[in-house]
Design a protein around this ligand. Structure first.
Ligand SMILES: Cc1cc2nc3c(=O)[nH]c(=O)nc-3n(C[C@H](O)[C@H](O)[C@H](O)COP(=O)(O)O)c2cc1C
Length: 238
């Protein structure tokens, strides 16, 4: 499947100056083409920077990028350490001196080149982290502003300390919020083929030792990328 998906059709669909054959130098055409890669963004909602959720998301994003290295850029955004207050979504005024880091995420996520977003969260009592919920609540701005996330592809990754600690429940909970944004929700692709990436961090070693969890992470990344390319006009008929 991956080989059937190319950035060329995406560029055609995007109707760029390059695709239209206007007078641009070979060099600038190349630069424009590079700039017209679609983007898949991972949003890590663990309050712990660089830990198991971030590592799993990196595996997921790597697989997404491998679907079409010439046509897809990936980026990991870690919310750890960022000030994101969910109550501001409800119209509670920002307190004098209160830091708010959410606005810097708005242009990054609403960028039309962002064709896919993968939300990763640790499992906290069989649900998403409070940071993840605050982030999703603040995403109400996208609903108010032309549904800026609509038709972007979304996937969810959940990391729990137990093998069956509520990863699937957590994934469904996040997916439900993303559906309110009119995003196109996908799960992990075959052969694991279920609801998303279900990772177990509680083994003896590194989270990457969870072979099944890593397979779901890779399959989710691939599925998001393939679907994003299709919606961007980049798929040949199977
Ligand atoms: C408040 C809290 C609640 C948790 N609840 C669960 C749970 O219900 N199920 C589970 O499998 N793991 C649970 N865990 C474990 C974390 O999901 C696990 O350690 C995860 O790998 C943390 O992700 P991080 O390393 O990216 O921070 C909980 C951890 C915390 C701090």
């Amino acid at each position: 499947m991956a080989s059937e998906l190319t950035r060329r059709s995406f560029l055609g669909a995007a109707g760029t100056a390059v695709a239209a054959g206007t007078a641009v130098s070979a060099l600038s055409a190349e630069a424009a083409e590079a700039d017209n890669k679609i983007k898949i963004v991972g949003v890590c909602c663990s309050p712990r920077k660089g830990r198991t959720t971030a590592t799993s998301l990196q595996v997921c994003l790597e697989a997404a990028g491998e679907v079409d290295p010439d046509g897809i850029k990936v980026e990991l955004i870690e919310l750890a350490g960022m000030a994101i207050d969910g109550s501001l979504a409800a119209g509670i005024p920002q307190q004098p001196g209160q830091k708010d880091d959410f606005p810097e995420l708005v242009p990054k996520l609403s960028d039309p080149k962002v064709a896919g977003i993968i939300v990763g969260t640790p499992v906290y009592f069989a649900n998403m982290s409070s940071l993840c919920k605050a982030f999703l609540d603040r995403c109400i701005v996208f609903r108010k502003n032309k549904m800026a996330l609509a038709n972007k592809v979304a996937g969810v990754l959940a990391v729990g300390g137990c093998r069956n600690g509520g990863q699937e429940l957590t994934i469904r909970s996040v997916q439900t919020a993303l559906m309110c944004q009119e995003m196109i929700i996908v799960g992990d692709g075959r052969p694991t083929g279920h609801f998303g990436a279900t990772v177990w961090s509680g083994g003896e070693g590194d989270v990457t030792d969870d072979a099944f969890g890593m397979a779901t992470a890779r399959n989710l990344g691939r599925r998001v990328a393939e679907t994003a390319l299709r919606f961007a006009g980049g798929a040949k008929e199977a």
